[in-house]
Write a protein that binds this ligand. Structure first.
Ligand SMILES: [Zn+2]
Length: 207
């Protein structure tokens, strides 16, 4: 943004505040803000309880892994969103949160480290009441691995992956590598543009 644009923005903002200032002093806006804030806190504690019930009830200490690379690039010129603060809020609730670069985590097969390609398959419509009209539906956005190893594990068929499951498995591989003092697995390494670096940062916010 040029300084001239910013000057113009500041002067217009000064004019607008004269009009909107008295309007926003109306108590209704304070009430709305208060309700929004209470709602957000309630949602967050619900989420915390849900994770707690599901993963901590047996006394374990779950590690929540979130991708942070695409977040940085897509939000570069946008206002901050709820998701960005989510990792911080989960950390405040006492969960261990790990931010990882998600590069290639949803394209590299966790079992054989080979490349996968997009595919989709048909299955019986999961909604019985629609089966008369559409007996079969597509499962979109699946990934398939054609490697010999994976094919032999699947009776000669290609191995099909759900993207999210694949990403979770690959996150686990990266985390296990770090725990054992190794680098990020080769197939998930970020290739720098000049081709010599593979620096990947994993930051742990420990509770
Ligand atoms: Zn594979």
């Amino acid at each position: 943004m040029s300084t001239m644009d910013f000057d113009r923005y500041v002067s217009i903002r000064g004019e607008v505040i004269n009009v909107l200032g008295p309007l926003y002093e109306n108590p209704i806006f304070r009430k709305i803000r208060w309700r929004t804030s209470i709602g957000k806190q309630r949602d967050l504690s619900l989420l915390g309880n849900l994770i707690h019930r599901k993963f901590r009830s047996n006394g374990s200490d779950p590690l929540i892994i979130m991708g942070d690379k695409s977040m940085q690039t897509t939000t570069r010129f946008h206002a901050s969103t709820q998701g960005v603060r989510l990792c911080y809020q989960l950390h405040r609730l006492g969960f261990r949160v790990l931010l990882l670069d998600e590069y290639r985590t949803s394209s590299s097969c966790p079992d054989c480290q080979g490349n996968t390609t997009k595919t989709n398959i048909k299955r019986l419509n999961p909604r019985p009441w629609q089966r008369q009209l559409r007996p079969e539906v597509f499962i979109h956005e699946l990934l398939e691995c054609q490697s010999t190893q994976c094919k032999s594990e699947c009776d000669g068929h290609s191995k099909k992956w759900n993207r999210d499951l694949m990403a979770a498995c690959n996150f686990r591989r990266i985390w296990n590598a770090y725990l054992n003092g190794r680098e990020r697995p080769n197939d998930l390494k970020v290739q720098s543009r000049d081709g010599d670096g593979d620096e990947v940062a994993g930051r742990v916010e420990n509770a």
